[in-house]
Design a protein around this ligand. Structure first.
Ligand SMILES: [Fe+2]
Length: 481
């Protein structure tokens, strides 16, 4: 009798949750049983970080078609969210289908079909507020009557209860929204601190970096990765492995992860020459407009390509370059691999952004891009992205009084004085290389005697940087190693 009542409750909950989704072809589909492999949840600041957040996650195993339920189309992602862990007051369903891609890997590894990547932007949130969320996905189907649906839902509801215990049909986390632009503290008086580093990877030292971030997650407002994220070397299973690693550390479900494009994120497909496939499908940054990506003509060998990435690649908007405001700081994320020549899309956007920054609201202006334009090391000294960056971007950074430029690429650490056109100069920005996130270290110096603009340089230890803002004139950069 008891058991019967419990079953009845399950039916009620499930039926109440039955919803319809609008598919892309305009036809209405019912939502059916839940997908089981929900994982890799991560966050990105939305266009207005004080009121929005993008929640990303992946799903793979969805209940297959059977006599009652005929599946059609990709699964639909759902985010439930609220200000208390026990009460997720809002349910938001994806309005766009999830991303999925196919990749041809080497003969040894075989073909690869990705998981479904769901990206749901939650809007109308309150600034500086903690929200709790959970992610799930459901199959879509057609040709099933309401009555049949209920029977099917009953079974599925039962099943979902079983999977709930194993906690694989759902993943959850929480986050704090950004403050209103200009605020120096959150509502409890806490200052804002950003983690910045490049070249993280999935190695032994990368794990130590992630662990350290996780232990200090309550102090971190956002994590900004300056490119070279997973080091997939053309094998997209490595991206899955990288996200599996992130899953081990709750910090990545609680603190937003802003990314910049590195050479190892290009992921050129040997035959088709397609670029940035994983980077575009797996992340959703606050885009200016949807990405424009054109394949590299003739494709090519990945190893050859990575040793000398041609400039420029045909990649604009999307996750390539974007900006957002977090409290008293404006962050502009650039793509070293997209065109930034005067007149290019990126250049035009950047000039416009730099001109409209209101320093009375955001006194701190920060640039993040993979390739440094000041480099005391031998590595990557002759990259075209480095020399062109110095020639084209530096005049803009100096003119607009950028405070700091944070890069990776060289697997080492360097901090300069304020510098302009090769000379120490108060009006120029401070340049930082923080490419010691985990991939490897040991980059020789170009000159035994450091250049006059170098303050610190080290290629012997791993670490990451933090940038903490005290007020409109004082901020603290730390190198944690
Ligand atoms: Fe790297």
């Amino acid at each position: 009798r008891m058991l019967h009542q419990q079953r009845f409750t399950v039916v009620l909950v499930w039926v109440a949750a039955l919803v319809q989704s609008q598919s892309t072809d305009g036809e209405r589909h019912d939502l059916g049983p839940p997908c089981r492999e929900i994982k890799h949840a991560h966050l990105a600041l939305g266009e207005e970080p004080s009121t929005s957040m993008t929640i990303s996650f992946s799903s793979s195993e969805c209940v297959s078609s059977n006599a009652l339920w005929s599946r059609s189309g990709p699964p639909v992602g759902i985010v439930e969210i609220g200000t208390s862990r026990d009460k997720m007051s809002h349910s938001i369903m994806a309005t766009q289908p999830p991303n999925q891609y196919l990749a041809t890997l080497t003969r040894k590894v075989g073909n690869y079909t990705s998981d479904f990547f769901h990206h749901i932007t939650v809007k109308d949130l309150k600034p500086s507020t903690r929200y709790f969320y959970q992610c799930s996905a459901r199959t879509q189907g057609t040709g099933v009557s309401r009555e049949q649906m209920r029977d099917e839902a009953f079974e599925a509801g039962h099943e979902s209860n079983r999977y709930l215990k194993k906690s694989v049909h759902m993943t959850h986390g929480s986050f704090v929204t950004a403050p209103l632009p200009g605020a120096f503290h959150d509502t409890r008086g806490k200052r804002f601190k950003f983690v910045m580093m490049g070249d993280l990877g999935h190695y032994e030292k990368s794990i130590l970096t992630m662990k350290h971030l996780d232990e200090n997650k309550r102090l971190v407002s956002a994590i900004i990765l300056a490119g070279d994220l997973a080091y997939s070397q053309g094998n997209h299973k490595v991206w899955d492995k990288w996200f599996d690693l992130l899953d081990q550390f709750p910090v990545f479900r609680e603190v937003s992860l802003q990314v910049a494009a590195g050479n190892h994120d290009v992921d050129i497909t040997e035959k088709s020459g397609e670029i940035f496939t994983a980077y575009e499908n797996r992340f959703r940054m606050p885009a200016i407009q949807p990405a424009i990506r054109k394949p590299v003509k003739g494709g090519g060998s990945l190893t050859k390509f990575l040793s000398n990435v041609p400039y420029p690649l045909d990649y604009d908007y999307g996750n390539a370059y974007y900006g957002y405001t977090y409290g008293p700081s404006r962050h502009l994320i650039l793509s070293s691999y997209s065109n930034f020549d005067p007149g290019s899309k990126q250049y035009t956007w950047l000039v416009d952004e730099l001109e409209k920054v209101d320093r009375s609201i955001t006194p701190w202006l920060i640039i993040i891009m993979h390739v440094p334009i000041y480099n005391t090391f031998e590595e990557h000294r002759h990259d075209v992205q480095h020399t062109k960056g110095r020639e084209i971007l530096e005049p803009l950074f100096v003119k607009h009084h950028v405070n700091i430029v944070v890069s990776g690429h060289v697997h080492a650490y360097m901090r300069t004085n304020n510098v302009a056109f090769g000379k120490v100069n108060d009006t120029g920005p401070i340049h930082i290389i923080a490419g010691d996130g985990g991939r490897q270290i040991d980059s020789p110096f170009l000159n035994a005697e450091p250049e006059e603009w170098v303050v610190t340089r080290d290629s012997t230890v791993f670490g990451y940087g933090t940038f903490e803002i005290y007020n409109s004139t004082i901020a603290e950069w730390r190198w944690i190693h």
